[in-house]
Write a protein that binds this ligand. Sequence first.
Ligand SMILES: NC(=O)c1ccc[n+]([C@@H]2O[C@H](COP(=O)([O-])OP(=O)(O)OC[C@H]3O[C@@H](n4cnc5c(N)ncnc54)[C@H](O)[C@@H]3O)[C@@H](O)[C@H]2O)c1
Length: 463
Amino acid sequence: MSDSQDVSRRDFVKTASAVSAAVAAVAPALEGAPAIHKVKAANEQVQFGFVGTGGRGQYLLRHMRDADIGRCVAVCDIWQPNLDKAAEVIGSNPRKYKDYRELIADKDVDAVFVATPLFAHFPVTRDVLLAGKHVFCEKSLVFKPEEVHALRALANERPKQVLQVGLQRRYSRFYQTARQMIEKGLIGDVTHVQAQWHRNGGWTMRKQEDPSRERIANWRLFREYSGGLTAELASHQIDVADWMFGAHPEFVVGVGGLDFINDGRDVYDNIQLIFSYPKGRKLMYSSISTNRHLPFFGSTRTEFGERIMGTKATIEITVGTDDEPTLGLWYLEPPKPEVTKAGEKKEAAATAMATLASTGKGTKGFPILLERDQITDHDSFLAKEMKYARRWLYSKGVMVPEEDRNPVDVSLEAFLNCVKTGARPLADLEIGLQDSAAVILGNLAMDEGRRVYFSELDKMGRA
Ligand SMILES: NC(=O)c1ccc[n+]([C@@H]2O[C@H](COP(=O)([O-])OP(=O)(O)OC[C@H]3O[C@@H](n4cnc5c(N)ncnc54)[C@H](O)[C@@H]3O)[C@@H](O)[C@H]2O)c1
């Protein structure tokens, strides 16, 4: 870091006040993480089942092992080793099924989690709803245009049944704060979002002892079962763009290639998509399998993140992993010079924030602050000093603000809470369907090499 970009503690305290004022404006409107229901009596717990207990299913089960609000009473997988592993992971002695219809029919099951490959999301989710139960389905919610229409019709007929989608960024305090910063005008007009999920090596074709399992075990790599990189990775980030723009795309163009990995897959190994939103706003999306560099956060992270660009500021954000927390920085645009009546440009008055942010060479990112780091009038002298000190350490990169809880945990608990209270999930049916529509049409744009309009979906998949 150059000296000119460095900040003394006194400067930082001055600047922090300005940032605090800006961010404090956001705080009251923050969507809080759902309150944790401490349900102790067994009969008050939501009894749930799990269909599809491979990598993701077992990950989610591990994250639900200590949940007070629900209890896993049944698991289902067509492959015995994953079924046994799931029962072991959750440790609640669940009943084991190989046919998902039997799990759905189990009278002890109130709610079902679906973590099957994409091609099976719709039939399982549909059958759960038809059985009058609640459903959490992994992203991308559905696979085909006809499933978008059918699930919308079915779920809308059953408003009392909860349907939540596994788009966990919606449950992150950082992403919620970013959205609130946009609503409060701190970022200006958000005109572009840039998002990437780059890997080096990416998915590999896993050899199976039983050759008849070759395709299903590697389902992500085959169009018969999967929407490829668009469904598996981009879906999360398209949803972020929809959320931050507060809109859905009008059309999409893209180039996809199967160029670098020749292992028998038939999905693209690199995709570039541009989604165009109302008023010319764009999401520029990239997913490649040959390099994992991430040019955000001073390259301290790899692979995935989103950059939200407005006329007043930029937000860089990533959801992180179990090992690396969610991270968000914002960068101010330099103040615009005022134009006098005579048409002369006058340098804008420098504010503490602007002085810090504009070095003439680049800008310094401020961490996005969560409520606990925001300074309020009610704070004691000592509490304020502690907050300034913590924020100064953030500015030095010694500490980063962290979410109290993994957004995945928050999303799982939120679903069970919705089942108990009847509340609508943050990642609900329409969010999931719009996201799936973007995945389906993004793939179509790349396959057909043309501009695909979102209005085309209305006519697709109708009998
Ligand atoms: N939200 C996220 O961040 C996230 C992360 C990873 C995966 N996912 C999603 O989770 C889903 C599963 O992915 P995964 O990585 O666990 O795949 P996986 O291949 O590891 O597991 C899928 C499991 O489903 C089972 N299965 C297939 N058809 C079935 C059926 N009809 N009935 C019951 N079980 C069936 C398979 O045997 C396998 O055990 C995908 O939709 C994926 O996109 C979401």
